[in-house]
Ligand binder design. Structure first.
Ligand SMILES: NC(=O)c1ccc[n+]([C@@H]2O[C@H](COP(=O)([O-])OP(=O)(O)OC[C@H]3O[C@@H](n4cnc5c(N)ncnc54)[C@H](O)[C@@H]3O)[C@@H](O)[C@H]2O)c1
Ligand SMILES: [Zn+2]
Length: 354
């Protein structure tokens, strides 16, 4: 297996690679008890890898159903009940073994149980490895509002083991890759050159590109931990992408988050050319690369009104114009761009014309 890369943040580190020794060191701390939170898939596919490395006979293993629809208060209640029943006290440690749902909800449960116990993140999807692993955002959905209740709190450490990706569905891998594309486009032209020359999304190539991607998010989050300014750069592709994701959610063919963001990035890349200085050749290269990986999804003109409405609901968009993060050029984001509705519609037309 490849070497281990350590990314040090102010109060914890992220390890990329098979850093079992580092996990062992951390578990040597005088924790009163160790618990692991899994969902039904990571229980079956990822937990055995942990069990090969550690004697888990004294650990408390928690298993919840998989999926975003379970990232809610009633699942938290089950988790807290299990923690109580397992006699976890203030000095216990929770290992969150799973994708972003487990990381966000497990972190939230740990961060609030007994006013906060230690937790470590072991993200097992590419999306959670590259995105949810930095930034300290924890939480759950509430009353149909995504990530409505939560807190900012950092884990003791994050362990990104490439081996977990081996069992992940290729569609999920592709979805997570969209966030890596985004990181490169908003902040690192050299990383974009590397990513855009990839032919296949295989685990070893992706893993070798993860540290640079994480460095980008780290730099942005450290500059702006509470999303007052530059952290908005991470919204590139998300104003339009989120609307498409929400619009397709109740349909028979919903998109995964990254798949919707990929469409959003094509549209917002078009807007970057139309409204800012992104050269046409770069715009076309970005569009072609994203299309090659994600293919096309039809967005009928009849859905535009609804999409625009969804975009207006997105965060602080009460004004007439719609707030997006665009690109000045590859590797440089332009936050807080107010885009007229007509331009948004044209960007959707552009996508449909491809
Ligand atoms: N905290 C943050 O900064 C942040 C950032 C991005 C996303 N998120 C959150 O992350 C969530 C989405 O994360 P996700 O895409 O990882 O979803 P997820 O946790 O639902 O995982 C996706 C699916 O993959 C399965 N799975 C996980 N690991 C696997 C593996 N190694 N092999 C096989 N199957 C596996 C899961 O059981 C699930 O069915 C959302 O709730 C989102 O809000 C948080
Ligand atoms: Zn995203």
């Amino acid at each position: 297996m490849s070497s281990i890369k350590k990314i040090a943040l102010a109060d914890y580190s992220i390890f990329v690679g098979s850093a079992w020794e580092e996990v062992k060191n951390l578990l040597q701390r005088p924790y009163s008890k160790i618990a692991v939170l899994t969902d039904e898939n990571t229980h079956r596919l990822c937990l055995p890898l942990l069990q090969q490395q550690f004697d888990t006979s004294t650990w408390q293993i928690l298993k919840i159903p998989a999926g975003e629809q379970h990232k809610n208060l009633s699942t938290c209640s089950e988790i807290w009940k299990a923690m109580l029943a397992g006699n976890l006290n203030r000095n216990a440690l929770l290992i969150n073994l799973g994708g972003g749902v487990i990381g966000d909800m497990g972190g939230f449960c740990a961060g609030t149980y007994k006013r906060g116990i230690d937790f470590i993140q072991m993200p097992t999807t590419l999306l959670s490895q590259v995105d949810a692993s930095i930034g300290g955002k924890l939480g759950i959905d509430f009353e149909y509002v995504k990530n409505c209740v939560g807190l900012f709190q950092n884990p003791q450490a994050v362990f990104i083991f490439p081996e977990f990706l081996e069992t992940l569905d290729q569609r999920e891998v592709r979805s997570g890759f969209a966030e890596m594309i985004k990181h490169s486009l908003i902040a690192d032209a050299r990383q974009w050159e590397k990513l855009s020359s990839l032919i296949a999304l295989d685990v070893s190539q992706l893993t070798s590109m993860l540290p640079a991607s994480l460095q980008i998010k780290k730099k942005i989050v450290e500059e702006d931990p509470f999303e007052k300014g530059i952290r908005k750069a991470l919204n590139f592709g998300h104003t339009i992408g989120h609307a498409i994701e929400s619009w397709l959610l109740p349909s028979k063919t919903p998109l995964l988050h990254g798949e919707a963001i990929a469409i959003g990035m094509i549209c917002e890349n078009y807007l970057s050319h139309q409204m800012l200085d992104l050269p046409q050749a770069d715009m076309e290269k970005i569009t072609q690369f994203i299309l090659t990986i994600y293919g096309k999804t039809a967005i009928p003109t009849s859905s535009y009104d609804q999409l625009i409405q969804l975009m207006r609901k997105d965060k602080k968009n009460e004004a007439m114009e719609i707030n997006c993060t665009l690109l000045h050029q590859i590797g440089e984001a332009a936050i807080n761009q107010d885009i007229p509705e007509a331009a948004i519609r044209k960007s959707l037309d552009y996508y449909n014309s491809l």
